[in-house]
Write a protein that binds this ligand. Structure first.
Ligand SMILES: *Cc1c(COP(=O)(O)O)cnc(C)c1O
Length: 405
């Protein structure tokens, strides 16, 4: 199959806002963990659309759900509820700590809802003084103005005028800094259980315990942004399930639709009741088409078979990367959990993650970076083991090229 060769990468610069710098390759088709570009060149996909395509490309269960719902009902807006949304909310509450679900279309929107909710909860229960949100350096929570300001890279929120206020950033995993900052003015602590965009950085168990303890002491809520870590990515349905603590609010997106836009904010009945009629909303949030796909995703992902499979594939990927590293010495550490894996570049390759990505594309492998010093892999949770092996071979060739200069 070949693409429409009038639609070139050069055209991107003509017709698109220049906020992205996409690669020269234009993919036109995907199946499982393989993707083909306009010229028919084939790639193995270790990126999964940035931890989105949790079941690879065009998984039959998802295509089936989309087609079936596509012929029944697409959209109503929230003037009426719909069966797929009720079904998906039932699944999410049955499988997690949560009692209530709010649907959105993207991770940022789910986080926006979470941030508005924690502020409103604090206002209703404790008064207007309790508005401080504690977040962490290098965190990523999306690109709306509120979420990007809560995110831990000021460069992303600078230059757009006055920012949302009363947001404090602390070093991640620093219990002493949290102890020193938190007070009765704090309304919520927001964090990723594994920082994704920030470089695949695990929250320490002791840090998480301190987050929960200090939040409880000061009547603050704990918000877990599981937009990247959720829906089986780490080998549990949600990453909090690996930890000793339970958040008050959790956001999920990316893999929830397996490539179809959908997101959700999960919380308890007691907290949810503060989002009263008219306080928040979304035209598309919870539409039948997206929810039908979300249901199909959870039916496949939230099974022993898929979650155990993630752990097996993690081991293969780690072993393969370790073997490559033994030969070429590029990483100081392989970190992360499940199929959210980061290869941390050592001293010699500081700042060069993009070189590894570009070399991988040339070898027919799609990978990702997480900052300038981490090569990131987030393949499909059901990637065939043969594709892991072949993908690693391609990555080894890419590494050899970078090392050779
Ligand atoms: C990707 C991501 C977001 C933003 O999601 P969008 O769908 O792009 O709005 C938020 N938080 C985390 C942890 C993410 O990885």
């Amino acid at each position: 199959m070949s693409g429409n060769m009038n639609l070139t990468r050069a055209k991107f610069d003509d017709v698109m806002v220049p906020n992205y710098a996409p690669s020269a390759v234009i993919p036109v088709r995907g199946e499982g963990s393989r993707v083909w570009d306009q010229k028919g060149k084939e790639f193995i996909d270790f990126a999964g659309g940035i931890a989105v395509n949790c079941l690879g490309h065009c998984h039959p269960a998802l295509v089936g759900a989309l087609k079936k719902q596509g012929e029944k009902l697409w959209h109503l807006s929230n003037v009426m509820t719909n069966e797929p949304a009720l079904e998906l909310a039932t699944k999410l509450t049955a499988s997690t700590f949560a009692d209530k679900v709010y649907f959105a279309n993207s991770g940022a929107e789910a986080n926006e809802a979470a941030l508005k909710l924690v502020r409103r909860y604090a206002l209703d229960n404790h008064g207007a003084e309790k508005d401080q949100i504690i977040a962490f350096e290098k965190a990523f929570h999306g690109r709306t103005f509120f979420t990007v300001t809560v995110g831990g890279q000021a460069a992303y929120s600078d230059g757009f005028g006055p920012k949302p206020q009363s947001i404090k950033h602390l070093p991640f995993n620093d219990i002493a800094a949290l102890e020193a900052e938190i007070s009765d003015k704090t309304c919520a602590i927001m964090l990723e259980p594994i920082q994704g965009e920030g470089g695949i950085i695990d929250a320490d168990p002791e840090f998480l315990a301190a987050v929960r303890r200090l939040a409880d002491k000061h009547n603050a809520l704990v918000v877990f942004d599981e937009v990247q870590t959720g829906v089986g990515r780490t080998g549990e349905l949600y990453a909090y399930m690996h930890t000793e603590i339970v958040p008050d609010v959790l956001t999920t997106a990316k893999a929830l639709g397996g490539g179809f836009p959908i997101a959700a904010m999960l919380t308890t009945t007691d907290i949810a009741k503060h989002l009263k009629i008219g306080t928040h909303g979304s035209t598309y949030g919870g539409n039948p088409l997206a929810c039908a796909v979300g249901n199909a995703v959870l039916d496949v992902v939230n099974t022993e078979e898929t979650l155990q499979g993630v752990k097996r594939r993690e081991q293969m990927l780690r072993d393969g990367l370790a073997a490559i590293n033994d030969k070429y010495q590029v990483f100081s550490e392989i970190r992360g959990k499940g199929l959210l894996i980061g290869g941390v570049l050592n001293e010699k390759y500081q700042g060069r993650s993009r070189d590894f990505l570009v070399a991988s594309v040339a070898e027919g492998l799609m990978s990702l970076i997480a900052g300038a010093n981490v090569v990131r892999f987030t393949p499909s949770l059901v990637i065939p083991e043969a594709d892991i092996i072949e993908g690693l071979e391609r990555f080894e060739r890419a590494v050899a090229k970078v090392v050779a200069g």
